[in-house]
Design a protein around this ligand. Structure first.
Ligand SMILES: C[S@@+](CC[C@H](N)C(=O)[O-])C[C@H]1O[C@@H](n2cnc3c(N)ncnc32)[C@H](O)[C@@H]1O
Length: 143
């Protein structure tokens, strides 16, 4: 989707000699629906999805009940979904939507401490400079 980002990622994969990475530049919803088998993923990371901060654009936000049901169906039982956002009202929406998904349970009360596994991206660094907060959510698939 963001071609320069894909290029930067491929450059790092090459420089580090990694052989266990597959990059797909395509709509993640379609990829999950058509290319990823049910109950197959150890975990899913979605960091800083576009916030669509204008209220009339909230319907474009990625984290909505149908997508969360799709995500939950692709994770193995016991697998996890880790989301992060720097928009408080999107974090609140994420919490409501994930908590309402019967296949998922929160690993903590409300928001999780930043897990060490989440890298600090340029995007987040810019947000921190601007004084934005960051909210992490880590849910597990229960069955
Ligand atoms: C705000 S950026 C965050 C990028 C990165 N995760 C980070 O933390 O720096 C949101 C990204 O989500 C991508 N995106 C939005 N909707 C998508 C979709 N349906 N499938 C795949 N990528 C999507 C956009 O192209 C954009 O690159």
């Amino acid at each position: 989707m963001h071609t320069p980002g894909v290029g930067a990622l491929l450059k790092q994969v090459g420089e580090r000699g990694l052989t266990n990475v597959r990059v797909i530049q395509h709509d993640a919803v379609e990829v999950l629906t058509r290319m990823v088998a049910p109950d197959s993923l150890a975990g899913i990371h979605i960091f800083f999805p576009d916030p669509w901060h204008k209220k009339r654009h909230h319907k474009r936000r990625l984290i909505q009940p149908p997508l969360v049901a799709l995500l939950a169906s692709r994770i193995q039982p016991g697998g996890y979904i880790h989301l992060a956002t720097d928009w408080q009202d999107y974090a609140e929406q994420m919490l409501v939507v994930l908590a309402a998904e019967p296949l998922l349970a929160n690993t903590v009360a409300d928001y999780a401490p930043r897990p060490d596994t989440r890298p600090l991206t340029k995007f987040e660094q810019r947000g921190i400079r601007l004084g934005h907060g960051v909210w992490d959510l880590v849910f597990k698939r229960v069955e």
